[in-house]
Design a protein around this ligand. Structure first.
Ligand code: KMH
Ligand code: ZN
Length: 272
């Protein structure tokens, strides 16, 4: 039976405790949210770091503390630090978690508007530099594509020999500045990927659940968590990341899909 890999994006860089009090800031908060996700069935934790006051940081030492604490509580789970960080951060700042040699990290594949006034900068040369760093350190990149041109950029860099196969993509939908969170755009982007690539689908807000279900129906993998969706239902906050993961597990089972444990996820993504 096919297995699905659930990613929990537990923190993000943009959401706050004012929006949902369960958004993690402190190390204890992060451990609680990572554990609730892993216990519920997440194989991958996509990780943005925060200071205790909630401000986003790519500081290597903060990542070290968070990763150690999460690994202690969830020894099997795959931890995937973000190299996207938050808009406005420099490339050097963003690359810091790669110095900890995580087994996986996000690799953003194009520049875009990001919300009202922000620009998320990922020039071709930056992507080449990030990819080289990941190759050097044996880090599996998850290719974050917020639009069709990002997939084209990733494939351009594959053909230039900068990114190694097998490829794993994350199709991210519904960010203001990227592709829309609609079935049409998901289908378009999914069938723009190479046949043998694996892929995860991320969608913002109320679109997270329906597009995650579509992802599973299309042979892909779902991502949930507070970075993407703070609410369990309309105007009702999710109590934890684990609550969002548990719902995906139930739906996957109803679809006759099994949930990949972290080691099975490593095999599916050809990480070992
Ligand atoms: N916070 C966004 C600007 C990633 O994690 O690689 C970038 C982001 C993508 O979330
Ligand atoms: Zn992220």
């Amino acid at each position: 039976m096919p297995k699905v890999i659930i990613t929990a994006a537990i923190s993000g860089a943009e959401v706050t405790q004012e929006m949902n009090p369960a958004v993690p800031y402190t190390v204890d908060d992060f451990v609680r949210e990572a554990k609730s996700s892993a216990d519920a069935g997440a194989a991958i934790i996509h990780l943005h770091a925060r200071h205790d006051d909630g401000s986003p940081t790519q500081d290597r030492e903060r990542f070290r503390v968070l990763i150690d604490a999460i690994q202690n509580a969830c020894p099997q789970v795959i931890i995937q630090p973000s190299t996207g960080g938050a808009t406005g951060m420099t490339a050097e700042e963003r690359l810091q978690p790669t110095e900890l040699d995580p087994e996986m990290a996000s690799l953003d594949c194009g520049t875009m508007n990001f919300g009202g006034d922000e620009i998320f900068v990922n020039t071709e040369n930056m992507i080449i530099e990030f990819a080289a760093r990941m190759r050097e350190r044996g880090i599996k990149p998850e290719l974050e594509c917020f639009d069709k041109s990002h997939i084209d950029m990733a494939m351009r860099l594959v053909s230039k020999g900068c990114i190694d196969q097998p490829l794993h993509f994350n199709i991210v939908l519904g960010v203001n500045g990227g592709a829309a969170a609609t079935p049409r755009d998901l289908i378009f982007l999914r069938y723009s990927l190479p046949e043998d690539a694996t892929f995860t689908v991320t969608a913002m807000g109320r679109h997270q659940l329906p597009l995650n279900v579509m992802a599973m129906a299309m042979g892909g993998h779902p991502r949930t968590g507070f970075e993407d969706n703070l609410q369990y239902s309309r105007r009702v906050n999710a109590s934890s990341n684990g609550q969002l993961v548990a719902r995906l597990v139930r739906i996957a089972h109803e679809m006759n899909l099994e949930i990949a444990a972290p080691d099975e996820a490593r095999e599916i993504l050809k990480m070992k």
